[in-house]
Design a protein around this ligand. Structure first.
Ligand SMILES: Nc1ncnc2c1ncn2[C@@H]1O[C@H](COP(=O)(O)OP(=O)(O)OP(=O)(O)O)[C@@H](O)[C@H]1O
Ligand SMILES: [Mg+2]
Length: 353
């Protein structure tokens, strides 16, 4: 293919409820969708971010690759959760090379793990607005054994992970390509997954605050299960709302569902309130939502009401060319919210951090 880059990577997001794969073809800054697929994982496969059943995950990855005859071996993937620390820190102005040489020493006080146990990475965000002798730096540390577990999955599937990203940065990438950063505008990107909610507040392209919350779709399911004595599968159905399940009336289910959604929304609100309380005179102008749980209109509406901020569901394919002959557009729209991470990963290139 003329102009096609050989360096396009396969984006694979190993989420706790499913593995998602996206392959794009990039030509001069324009993206075209080549492959997209999702395979579910049993709830026991990944628990609290830890890989419990690697064989099941390897199988899902392999089946996605072979099922769609995905070309190439090089993968961009990501990690998240409590083994990953993201901190915005302030340091004296220095060059990238100088920081490279001193980062271990600088990072020590911000990282609650032994430095020998973590991979450290950083991005210089630029001089501080209030004190130009200082600069803001995004510091990222991920526990080595955790990253190695993820790398091993891909090696076992016969693939080569060449970019290891962080979930919330991949979403940021997807947002950039499809919506674009607006200078000085403060927006929150909130990914509502099965076991985690990640919050990333940006001003323009600069991340001001990130937070991972241990909450999500599983929490809603568990609440329904516990309070209505449902099986896990029944609770998964009940989560969609508006229907009777066995002997339990739709109204009774919807009451519990509202409570569970309310609890989830409160966690997001607490996190944004904390950000606002510690960052002076900042107003979030819009909240962009991704992740499977954001498919629920009830979740979106409750969030919008509680945060008193306009919210919008992100379409990760908004600026991506999709050939209607190859893909069912309605299906893409339905699964879109779950693909924000995988799409952002597929846009990475070899050599990207
Ligand atoms: N229409 C819907 N309404 C409510 N919840 C939904 C809907 N569709 C999917 N979900 C929920 O979204 C979650 C899956 O979303 P997603 O694929 O973003 O999670 P994940 O990436 O696997 O998880 P995580 O990132 O937390 O590890 C599940 O909890 C699922 O029940
Ligand atoms: Mg996810």
């Amino acid at each position: 293919m003329l102009f096609s880059s050989k360096k396009d990577l396969i984006g694979i997001d190993v989420g706790s409820s499913s593995v998602k794969l996206v392959r794009l073809r990039e030509s001069r800054g324009n993206y075209q969708l080549v492959n997209i697929g999702i395979l579910p994982l049993a709830p026991e496969a990944i628990v609290d971010n830890a890989i419990m059943d690697s064989a099941a995950i390897v199988e899902a990855i392999s089946n996605l690759i072979t099922g769609m005859k995905v070309k190439g071996k090089q993968v961009a993937t990501s990690v998240s959760g409590h083994s990953v620390i993201i901190r915005k820190i302030m340091l004296s102005l220095m060059t990238e090379e100088e920081l490279e040489a001193s980062i271990q020493w600088e990072a020590e006080q911000y990282i609650p793990f032994d430095l020998s146990e973590v991979n450290i990475d950083f991005q210089i965000l630029g001089p501080d607005a209030k004190d130009p002798s200082q600069m803001n730096v995004m510091l990222v540390a991920a526990k080595k054994d955790y990253v190695e577990d993820y790398v091993a999955l891909f090696a076992e599937a016969g693939l080569e992970p060449v970019v290891m990203d962080i979930d919330c940065f991949a979403v940021e990438n997807t947002f950039d390509v499809n919506y674009g950063f607006v200078e000085d505008e403060v927006v929150a990107l909130v990914d509502l997954g099965a076991s985690a909610v990640s919050v990333n507040v940006l001003r323009g392209e600069m991340s001001l605050f990130t937070r991972d919350i241990q909450a999500g779709g599983n929490q809603i399911r568990e609440e329904l299960q516990k309070r209505l004595a449902l099986s896990s599968a029944e609770a998964e159905l009940a989560k969609l709302g508006g229907r009777r399940i066995g002997e339990i009336e739709a109204e009774a289910i919807d009451d519990v569902l509202s409570d569970a959604v309310e609890n989830l929304v409160q966690e997001v609100q607490r996190s944004l309130d904390f950000f606002l309380a510690t960052s002076g005179d900042v107003k979030i102008s819009k909240v962009y939502l991704t992740g499977g749980v954001a498919k629920s209109a009830q979740v979106r509406e409750t969030l919008e009401k509680r945060l008193s901020t306009p919210t919008e569901l992100i379409n990760p394919f908004r600026n991506i060319t999709v050939n209607e002959k190859d893909f069912d557009l309605e299906y893409l729209e339905a699964i879109g919210p779950m693909f924000a991470v995988a799409t952002g990963l597929a846009m990475r290139k070899v050599g990207d951090k």
